[in-house]
Design a protein around this ligand. Structure first.
Ligand code: NDP
Length: 268
């Protein structure tokens, strides 16, 4: 049975491996059609969670849906644009009707524009803020409302080490600001919703090999690798276990935390 984050642990025992299990729960993953979101959906399915994939184009989810269903969980791709609160509200209704419960939200959808500050246009600034700040807020508020009413839930925001460091020489000022906002929103909601049994944490990855991080671009590759003590990038699948941890009872006394997974990048 789900451990309520706000309630006291009755007994001083913990079934360690079982505590990572998400069987019988429903998880919403935004931007689950590709990149990190897709890998997280598969990891959460492996942990036993049913999945609602909140994406702009449900047709783009065919492969990840098939992969998750093969793991034996219910999987549904639901149309939604995280920047549009009305669209998120419709997705909450659709998912609530289809699954009957919403236990976990993974705020993964994100956008990044690499550009020196003086060249960033107003539209580029707005787009990054809309997806990475308003998008996280829209989903956290709408799905968080369902969780607060149920008295249980977990939210995992995909932040970034870009909230605390600055990437050189491929500048990304809007992205840096947006991820810092996502980290602090994590703490704000965690403190407010703790008494309602809703935990809110963030994962802050370093460079991960997806379309967002052009890790094969020869102009940046060596410079970036030089910055990482482990001398490599993460693969999306390596983030899965950390998100299962934050989504599950394995992290029952953890809220408002930012878990860093960066190959040592922020230690140097
Ligand atoms: P990708 O660019 O590969 O994927 C971005 C995802 O976000 C896509 O699924 C995209 O959907 C979705 N998305 C964008 N805008 C919206 C929107 N308005 N509504 C719904 N979905 C949207 O990025 P990654 O997989 O690399 O990044 C995933 C998360 O991880 C982001 O929050 C990113 O900031 C974070 N991160 C990434 C790192 C990296 O090095 N890659 C490092 C640290 C953090 P669509 O296919 O429709 O465009």
């Amino acid at each position: 049975s789900a451990q309520r984050a706000g309630s006291a642990q009755e007994e001083d025992t913990m079934a360690v491996l079982d505590s990572f299990g998400l069987g019988g729960r429903t998880t919403v993953v935004t931007g689950a059609n590709r990149g990190i979101g897709r890998a997280l959906a598969v990891a959460l399915a492996e942990a036993g969670s049913d999945l609602a994939l909140l994406v702009r184009d449900p047709a783009s989810c065919a492969e990840v849906e098939a992969e998750c269903r093969a793991l034996g969980v219910r999987t549904l791709a639901v149309a939604g644009d995280v920047t549009d609160a009305a669209s998120v509200a419709r997705a909450v209704d659709t998912i609530g009707e289809a699954f009957g419960r919403i236990d976990v939200l993974v705020n993964n959808a994100g956008a990044c524009i690499h550009r020196p500050a003086l060249e960033v246009t107003a539209a580029e600034w707005r787009q990054v803020m809309d997806v990475n700040v308003d998008g996280v807020w829209n989903c956290a508020q709408a799905f968080g409302r369902v969780m607060v009413e149920a008295g249980r839930g977990a939210i995992v925001n995909i932040g970034s080490i870009s909230a605390v460091i600055v990437n050189r020489p491929q500048w990304q000022p809007a992205y840096n600001a947006s991820k810092a906002a996502a980290h602090q929103l994590t703490k704000s909601l965690a403190a407010e919703w703790a008494e309602h049994g809703v935990r809110v944490n963030a994962l802050a990855p370093g460079y991960v090999k997806t379309e967002m991080a052009p890790v094969d671009d020869p102009q940046f590759r060596q410079r970036w690798i030089d910055d990482v003590p482990m001398q490599r990038f993460a693969l999306p699948a390596e983030l899965g276990p950390a998100v299962v941890f934050l989504a599950s009872d394995a992290s029952s006394f953890m809220t408002g935390s930012v878990l860093v997974m960066d190959g040592g990048y922020t230690t140097v």
